[in-house]
Ligand binder design. Structure first.
Ligand code: HEM
Ligand code: HEM
Length: 195
């Protein structure tokens, strides 16, 4: 595979960048949609929540692809001149974001599967129930629904708090430390020399 697609020691490759920005746009859109949705059982709420579920399930698939790609392609290391605590904090934040990128939509899928609701993937096909959860009886289904609903909402709010912190860190690197951390995640941008 050519070096354009792969991650290099100095910058992310086009596959990692494309997945990062697609997933970021989808998650931010999904958070805006769910927070803007009315809670009145109107057709508008149904449409917005159907969109939320379809986009969220897409995030689950893209995030798994991103993790497989990352496993096959080691990512560029943090800048050399960072204090050890900053390197650790950055890596920990990225791992936490990966956890949330998978756990939030997974909990959403488990939540709706337990209550026998079948989401539609943008009207194209019916998304199957999570294996083992589609056939639960009503009492067990209700209990699992409640559990995964709490997990989904709690982790969803953790993402709402962490994304601005992640963006602030990217801007801190770019404008205050003037290194290549942001530039190496942007396609077609020349890196700063010696940074
Ligand atoms: C990118 C992935 C996702 C994110 C970031 C996300 C985020 C959220 C957040 C923050 C809430 C709580 C909103 C509030 O407090 O009013 C929520 C609610 C909800 N989400 Fe998601 N979600 C995602 C994926 C999914 C998926 C894949 C499903 C189902 C297939 C789903 C189904 C729901 C439902 C049904 C609710 C309403 C829960 C309730 O209030 O009872 N979400 N989501
Ligand atoms: C929901 C939104 C977002 C999520 C879930 C997210 C998640 C992630 C994750 C998991 C990584 C680690 C990549 C890896 O090393 O494998 C990463 C890297 C990065 N993200 Fe985001 N991101 C989001 C939005 C943004 C935005 C809006 C910006 C721009 C300000 C941004 C800038 C960056 C940069 C510059 C890196 C590279 C860091 C480095 O080279 O060490 N991200 N992001």
């Amino acid at each position: 595979m050519n070096t354009f697609a792969r991650d290099l020691p100095t910058r992310y490759g086009v596959v990692a960048m494309t997945l990062h920005w697609l997933i970021a746009a989808a998650i931010i859109t999904n958070i805006i949609v769910v927070l803007a949705a009315p809670e009145d059982h109107s057709p508008e709420q149904t449409a917005m929540m159907s969109f939320h579920m379809a986009l969220g399930l897409t995030v689950l698939v893209l995030s798994i692809l991103r993790l497989v790609w990352r496993w096959l392609n080691p990512v560029p290391p943090p800048p050399q001149d960072l204090a050890p605590w900053m390197r650790i904090a950055g890596t920990a934040m990225h791992h936490l974001l990966y956890f949330l990128m998978v756990a939030i939509p997974l909990a959403g899928w488990l939540m709706v599967s337990a209550s026998h609701f079948t989401p539609s993937w943008f009207g194209l096909f019916a998304w199957p129930a999570f294996p083992g959860f589609g056939g639960l009886d009503n009492a067990a289904g209700h209990q699992w629904h409640e559990t995964f609903e709490s997990i989904h909402i709690t982790l969803g709010w953790a993402m709402i708090v962490l994304v601005p912190a992640h963006i602030a860190a990217a801007l801190y690197h770019h404008f205050l430390r003037q290194n290549n951390v942001l530039l190496r995640m942007l396609p077609g941008i020349r890196l700063r020399r010696g940074a």
